[in-house]
Design a protein around this ligand. Structure first.
Ligand code: BGC
Length: 365
């Protein structure tokens, strides 16, 4: 089969022939249809992130995936050939209490693996095999957007984490549990757009900032969803005196993260999802003023990474609801689909203004 391999930490990406994986008795074989490309993939190709499986120098890239079931091993039942599936990314360390209870996204040992990223081969290949517990069935009507279920799961978890932190206050009789509902989303790549979608479904008023005018694909989608778009290319002062109860950050831009702290309302929560460059040079911040504000205004900052199976299932429910609410919208979430052979062009540069670029492995279905 064809497979797109990388050699972290050496910058590289090659399309090669490799043997198809052997199907274990408790596994399902999946034919890959397409894979999304995200900042993490760019980091791996550039040699800044990622790790090959133990004892190997090469890693099959790709973690945002969509495929169809081909066959099941003899001890697996309930997976019909042709079923659309998305596989989760992180695999248990088999040691900590979170991994043992299906929450490897909260792994305590750090000895987890992640398919296509960290110590375990990914999905940019014609086939993969996987245990059913890591496969999420996707309804056929979600076919156009299902390749974005993995980033959707990351956004779902981030918003649950933020909501939990907001809910740390006692309920106030006569008021809705989750009021007030002013959200800011920083960044309008896939995670930012998907977070905006989820927040709108939950009834938040949403403002989204990026460094573009509203004519980009993202800007147009935000308008359909009733999200206010603000071009913050010149800084967050573009938001004036507006303050927000929940801020979801999806950029990894370090200086911006600190600016966002200054935009929190009293009792507000900032959820960070972008993965900053750990080797970036230090920056000056008004630490005293920010920390003082956090204490005096009961504010919280929460980091959120990855997502377990329950958030993929939440993503299926929310995509289904979004289909009903905004007909024709989800079909526009993928900016560009390119055949796998064009990986150099797609992985070679980070495209500002695009929501999601996708590599098509099998165009037949
Ligand atoms: C993936 C997550 C993963 C994280 C850190 C993200 O791009 O979507 O599944 O946990 O990178 O490796």
């Amino acid at each position: 089969m064809r497979a797109l391999i990388v050699h972290p930490p050496t910058p590289s990406a090659h399309l090669v022939e490799r043997p198809a994986p052997v199907l274990g008795s408790g596994e399902v074989r999946v034919r890959v249809l397409e894979c999304g490309v995200c900042g993490t993939d760019h980091d791996i190709v550039e040699g800044q992130y990622g790790k090959p499986p133990e004892g190997s120098a090469e890693l099959i890239l790709g973690h945002e995936n969509l495929g169809r079931v081909m066959e099941s091993g003899p001890s697996v039942s309930g997976w019909a050939p042709g079923q659309l599936v998305v596989a989760t990314v992180r695999r248990s360390c088999n040691a900590c209490r979170f991994c043992r209870s299906g929450q490897s996204d909260f792994c305590e040992t750090g000895r987890y693996t992640e398919r296509g990223i960290f110590g375990r081969s990914g999905y940019m290949a014609e086939q993969y095999v996987e245990a059913p517990e890591y496969l999420v069935a996707v309804p056929e009507e979600l076919r156009p957007v299902a390749v974005m279920l993995e980033p959707m799961s990351v956004a779902e978890k981030a918003i649950v984490e933020g909501q939990r932190a907001l809910d740390r206050k006692e309920p106030t009789p006569g008021y809705p549990r989750t009021e007030p509902l002013r959200a800011l989303v920083a960044g309008t790549g896939a995670i930012g757009i998907l977070a905006s979608l989820i927040l709108r479904l939950r009834g938040y008023t949403v403002t989204a900032i990026d460094r573009h005018d509203a004519s980009t694909p993202a800007g147009q989608l935000l308008q359909v969803m009733g999200v206010r778009h603000v071009n913050a290319a010149a800084g967050t002062s573009a938001l004036g005196s507006d303050r927000f109860d929940l801020i979801v950050e999806a950029t990894g831009a370090i200086a911006l993260d600190f600016d966002l702290l200054g935009l929190l309302a009293i009792n507000g929560v900032l959820v960070l999802t972008g993965i900053p460059n750990a080797r970036a040079p230090p920056i000056p911040v008004a630490a005293g003023a920010l920390l003082r504000q956090m204490v005096l205004a009961n504010q919280a900052v929460v980091g959120s990474v990855n997502a377990n199976r329950s958030y993929f299932e939440a993503g299926v429910r929310d995509f289904t609801e979004a289909y009903r609410r905004w007909p024709g919208l989800l079909e526009r979430f993928v900016t560009r689909r390119r055949p796998l052979e064009e990986f150099v062009e797609v992985l070679g540069h980070r495209e500002g203004g695009a929501i999601k670029n996708v590599l098509v492995v099998d165009a037949s279905a």
